[in-house]
Write a protein that binds this ligand. Structure first.
Ligand code: UDP
Length: 327
């Protein structure tokens, strides 16, 4: 049983990771500034509020809990905002992560699991991406995550820091027990927005562009269930504990769905219409982001079990009936 420092543990993916870590016998220590996270979502271990940019606070937390490893989720993650306010992304995601990595090394905590993204790949003509696909991000969000990947490599060479980097595709769904779920304010992600539109909580969904080079003209994404995704993190931690060294893993299912297909599936799963209209492209969006997870399957033994689109929509839908956090 070891303490694991989970930055962003009050957020969507981080809170699900805390639940999975607890189930695996670890103590997840959440470090979160609560800017986009929710204290109500911290249910599985201790909570320490703080900024990634506050080195003294980080040192204090490393000293108090002596974590065996760090799982670093805390980040800004909206493509639209990254296009209009890139400085925020470089300062927070890169500056904050650098500070955290330096604090971890200073504390002798050398196992590091990092949330990266398929947005680091950028536009690649209709190919299924793998970990060796060149990383040419289209927006400051992807660029900031790629920069942190580079920092981790440099810190391995200099200080022996070992990292497991997960490049996520589109994370969706919620804890089937309903203890935690996805709740962003403002919400910008397709599936929760669609659920809000169905429930009449917003006027309707705008489909961002129907003139992409895809069969129905809308963007294609690879959706993965949050519970499957965090299970991979527990396996990644074990990988590091076993001394297997640094590695990068894509986490996707290999199946892509267009925005229109997601709308169709939502209509079928919820048995309700999805009010939507067609709008302009959103700046920074790639046409298609789809990956297999061959490496994660072969090397980590990761097998997604809930990542069908219908299951993700059904779990998100169920959570949304009751699941809200209060500030
Ligand atoms: N999308 C959309 N309308 C919305 C939000 C998203 O058409 O209101 C599209 C977006 O352009 C992308 C896909 O849905 O093609 C998934 O977007 P999301 O923001 O959920 O995740 P991202 O791919 O940016 O990580």
């Amino acid at each position: 049983m070891a303490n694991i420092l989970v930055t962003g543990g009050a957020g969507y993916i981080g809170s699900h990771a805390c639940k999975a870590l607890k189930k695996a016998g670890h103590v997840p220590v959440t470090y979160d500034n609560l800017v986009t996270g929710w204290q109500d979502a911290v249910k599985f271990g201790p909570f320490e509020q703080g900024e990634l940019t506050d080195r003294a606070r980080l040192d204090e937390v490393f000293e108090k809990y002596k974590p065996a490893a760090v799982m670093h989720f805390a980040a800004l993650s909206q493509v639209g905002e990254a296009m209009s306010q890139p400085g925020k992304y470089w300062a927070n995601n890169v500056g904050g992560s650098l500070n955290l990595i330096e604090a971890a090394v200073a504390a002798g905590c050398l196992d590091f699991v990092f949330s990266s993204t398929c947005a680091t790949y950028g536009e690649h003509d209709n190919v299924v991406l793998d970990e060796n696909t060149p990383q040419v991000p289209l927006n400051a969000y992807g660029a900031s995550k790629r920069a942190v990947e580079d920092i981790l490599k440099d810190f391995e060479a200099a200080y022996g820091l070992r990292s497991v980097i997960f490049r996520y595709f589109n994370v969706a769904g919620a804890d089937p027990d309903g203890e935690v779920g996805e709740f962003h304010q403002p919400e910008t992600h397709l599936i929760p927005l669609m659920i809000q539109a169905i429930r009449g909580e917003r006027a309707g969904l705008t489909v961002f562009g129907t003139d992409y080079d895809t069969p129905d003209g809308t963007c294609i994404r690879d959706y993965v269930h949050v519970c499957d995704l965090v299970d991979a993190h527990v396996l990644g931690l074990k990988w590091l504990e076993e001394g297997k060294g640094s590695q990068v893993f894509n986490l996707g299912t290999g199946t892509g769905f267009s925005v229109m297909e997601v709308i169709e599936h939502s209509r079928a799963v919820t048995n309700q219409d999805v009010p939507h209209s067609i709008g302009a492209r959103r700046a920074g969006d790639c046409t298609k982001l789809v990956s297999g997870s061959t490496r994660a399957g072969e090397q980590l033994g990761w097998e997604p079990s809930r990542s069908t689109l219908d299951q993700m929509i059904a779990d998100a839908w169920r959570w949304h009936q009751s699941g809200h956090y209060e500030k």
